[in-house]
Design a protein around this ligand. Structure first.
Ligand SMILES: N[C@@H](CCC(=O)N[C@@H](CS)C(=O)NCC(=O)O)C(=O)O
Length: 123
């Protein structure tokens, strides 16, 4: 039964990914130097995610629209990224944005909060 539920969940997840791909439109354009600055800043960011998670798709969509090349780290069962997420953030829940600044690390959960933060900082 669990297999069937996971299958349906993944199928829906991939349908949402496909819908996102065809409706996402254009990404934000910045002058090259400004985009380079943003990209450099984003080297301290990583998004822990599952490929077919709808909350992750929503977050990736916002990242795409804001033109934010943030490293994505898949965290399936048994992966080292899942272990990092558990040990660093305290729970396995995605999406989670890892933000490193001045030697400290923040683990931000909740897609809406992550998107709000990125929009405020990079829009
Ligand atoms: N309210 C959260 C929901 C996130 C959520 O439910 N994520 C699921 C995946 S779609 C999860 O991480 N579940 C834990 C697990 O599957 O181990 C958000 O908007 O980010």
């Amino acid at each position: 039964m669990k297999i069937v539920i996971n299958l349906i969940r993944n199928l829906l997840g991939y349908i949402i990914i496909a819908l996102d791909l065809v409706t996402r439109g254009a990404k934000k354009k910045r002058p090259p130097e400004q985009q380079q600055e943003v990209s450099d800043e984003l080297k301290h960011f990583a998004l822990y995610q599952f490929a077919a998670c709808p909350f992750c798709t929503k977050t990736r969509r916002a990242m795409y629209k804001l033109n934010l090349p943030i490293e994505k780290r898949n965290a399936p069962e048994g992966s080292k990224h899942r272990q990092e997420l558990l040990e660093g953030g305290g729970k396995v829940k995605v999406p989670c944005l890892r933000i490193e600044k001045e030697g400290t690390v923040e683990w931000m959960y909740e897609s809406s909060e992550i998107i709000r933060y990125l929009e405020k900082r990079f829009a």
